[in-house]
Write a protein of this length. Sequence first.
Length: 167
Amino acid sequence: MYKTALENNMGLKKLFNTKSLTQAGIIAALYVALTLASYPFSYGQVQFRLSEALTVLPAYTMTAIPGIYVGCIVANILGGSMVDAVVGSLASLIAAILSRYMPKKWLVPLPPVLANAVIIGFELNYLYDLNLYACMASVGFGELVICYGLGYPLMKVLDKYKNKIFK
């Protein structure tokens, strides 16, 4: 048990060094920039956030988890609402953590699709009194298109360069 605690502490030290914080900051900034660049399609019942393609990054580096989470918070404060900043960012955090531990490469984009469909679906249902299943389906569809249509090809590119990018 002591060894596990020590190993976990070493993992935290690796996560909170200058290089890791810089990587997380860059990922957060990219998430915000891509969300705002696709602004008309980034919020609402039907969402096609280009930034959601970045949700595959936790498969390559642990620093992507806080990067995506913080990026989502900032993007939702700037273009969404405070409720979305809390609830939507929580969905992204859950998805990022689950993506990190997917056993197969093709499963990595799935947690953001499911987490956002369910959590953001409930959020939209609650905030705007929209049909719950329609909200889940529309958010899930947008996530599916972006995460598998852009995120999965991004993984193919990252596989070639991961040793140079994420050392």
